[in-house]
Unconditional design. Structure first.
Length: 182
């Protein structure tokens, strides 16, 4: 489906054709679910977030500006919903490292869980925008694309991403994590 087809579906949806929006859901459901999963790190929660993204997108269709790509607008909603969910949720992983798999070295498992907890703690120190910047960067998006998703000029993306990386690195170093793991 092309960008023109996206615009046509948005137009039909705004004219009251509720079924037209199902085409958007079919096209972007996997992308939104994957994005949500990478941020919230739980499949069931990611499904809930993805559903919320499409509800919010449908409700806010009148605010969509067709001079921008629909994909970028929807992706921005996905990033924001995922980050909001992740920031509000108390993560059980912070207090319960989970069971150790059979045959797994318990000390290695504990060390890995400990490292993950430290990374989660460092991520929690970041504000939602910084977390989004890091997530989008790790997903391989260009500075220009990230700027489009977050409504920032490319030069701001570069400087804010640098600051987010520096803050993350400092938080990890304070917690005893080096570039090589520990």
């Amino acid at each position: 489906m092309s960008e023109e087809e996206d615009f046509e579906i948005v137009r039909k949806s705004l004219q009251g054709d509720a079924g037209a929006f199902e085409t958007v859901i079919d096209k972007y459901q996997k992308m939104v679910l994957n994005l949500a999963y990478r941020i919230v790190n739980n499949y069931e929660d990611a499904k809930d977030v993805a559903q919320s993204v499409f509800v919010k997108a449908y409700e806010n269709l009148p605010s969509f500006d067709p001079k921008y790509k629909f994909f970028s607008w929807l992706y921005r909603i996905g990033v924001n919903e995922s980050l909001n969910f992740a920031l509000k949720r108390k993560r059980q992983a912070m207090s319960d490292p989970g069971p150790i798999a059979a045959g797994e070295d318990p000390q290695a498992s504990l060390a890995n869980n400990e490292l993950n907890l430290r990374i989660e703690s460092a991520l929690a120190d970041l504000n939602p925008r910084q977390r989004a910047l890091l997530t989008l960067s790790l997903d391989g998006f260009s500075y220009k694309d990230i700027g489009g998703f977050l409504g920032l000029p490319e030069r701001k993306v570069k400087s804010q991403l640098f600051s987010a990386r520096h803050k993350m690195k400092s938080a990890l170093e304070r917690d005893g994590v080096t570039a090589h793991g520990r």
